[in-house]
Design a protein around this ligand. Sequence first.
Ligand SMILES: Cc1cc2nc3c(=O)[nH]c(=O)nc-3n(C[C@H](O)[C@H](O)[C@H](O)COP(=O)(O)OP(=O)(O)OC[C@H]3O[C@@H](n4cnc5c(N)ncnc54)[C@H](O)[C@@H]3O)c2cc1C
Ligand SMILES: NC(=O)c1ccc[n+]([C@@H]2O[C@H](COP(=O)([O-])OP(=O)(O)OC[C@H]3O[C@@H](n4cnc5c(N)ncnc54)[C@H](OP(=O)(O)O)[C@@H]3O)[C@@H](O)[C@H]2O)c1
Length: 277
Amino acid sequence: MTEMTPVTEAKPVKLPTLPDAQTVTMVKHWTDRLFSFRVTRPASLRFRSGEFVMIGLMGEPDANGKQKPLLRAYSIASPSWDEELEFYSIKVPDGPLTSRLQHIEVGDKIILRPKPVGTLVHDAILPGKRLWFFATGTGFAPFASLLREPQTYEDYDEVIITHTCREVGELAYGAELIAGLKDDPLIGELIGDKLRYYPTTTREQSPKMGRITDLMRSGEAFRDLGVAPINRETDRAMVCGNLAFNIELKEMLEGYGLREGANSDPKEYVVEKAFVD
Ligand SMILES: Cc1cc2nc3c(=O)[nH]c(=O)nc-3n(C[C@H](O)[C@H](O)[C@H](O)COP(=O)(O)OP(=O)(O)OC[C@H]3O[C@@H](n4cnc5c(N)ncnc54)[C@H](O)[C@@H]3O)c2cc1C
Ligand SMILES: NC(=O)c1ccc[n+]([C@@H]2O[C@H](COP(=O)([O-])OP(=O)(O)OC[C@H]3O[C@@H](n4cnc5c(N)ncnc54)[C@H](OP(=O)(O)O)[C@@H]3O)[C@@H](O)[C@H]2O)c1
């Protein structure tokens, strides 16, 4: 006679399966509104520096106890060659996703849909001599990827990143990343003295105050950087910020003679929303 399994053995608890789960490997809080984190990278995920993916957590159970993924678009802040994926995130106090995502810790799982898309990619702009990255707030994220992408320095003689935030603390993630680039064993040498950083704040005192749009209109930004105003022959641009910023900068770039490009039709500049208002 075969032995019976003891009836006292605990029945395994059925946890909801997390589709496309990745494990959190690092979390850093920069301010009470901003944090960055890294997760494992699916072996099959290929993306172009500057693209975004959908990430999230399982939503709360509905009346029938069913849980659905709660996903949001996020720029991949790490470059295409990195073995992990990095993200730079806002914390919206009552935001469906970030009110919870801000509490993730190393070892936790998040959902990552491995379908990268986006227009802030080298393929969507024509060759040029000087490349401008224009960011506000978390719009810095795609440029955190492109600033670590070798192609950025192979294709251009000069790269200028401007970052406008309300407060000084909101510049920290970008400032630290850029400060570390020169010593980066992979791309430090390639960057040489090609990269210029132009951070500005609008609501807290800092060495350079004002919206980048106003500073360009007055000519102050070009004088500070010692470069000629933007023109179609030499300059290319990528823009990522709030909607009003994107619209304003788009008009300015068109005024300088640049035309908006797309993956299927590369031109002189590209734009993407940093978030939907
Ligand atoms: C193409 C694309 C790329 C994006 N990449 C990033 C990214 O890399 N990092 C990131 O933090 N967010 C990014 N977002 C925004 C992101 O998708 C979510 O909106 C954000 O994570 C907040 O989610 P939530 O569910 O908490 O609140 P939501 O309901 O999505 O947003 C609530 C409100 O919070 C404000 N808000 C949302 N996101 C931001 C933000 N990033 N900065 C300032 N205010 C915001 C808006 O007023 C919005 O209406 C991106 C959005 C798009 C469309
Ligand atoms: N940052 C904070 O401390 C804070 C705190 C609480 C809540 N929030 C809320 O969070 C949301 C996002 O705030 P955020 O600061 O991350 O992003 P944001 O409002 O997009 O502002 C980021 C930066 O972009 C500048 N900017 C805005 N419109 C512009 C334009 N048309 N041209 C050029 N520059 C422009 C802003 O300057 P200006 O300052 O001149 O607008 C600011 O320096 C807002 O709804 C806000 O109410 C923010």
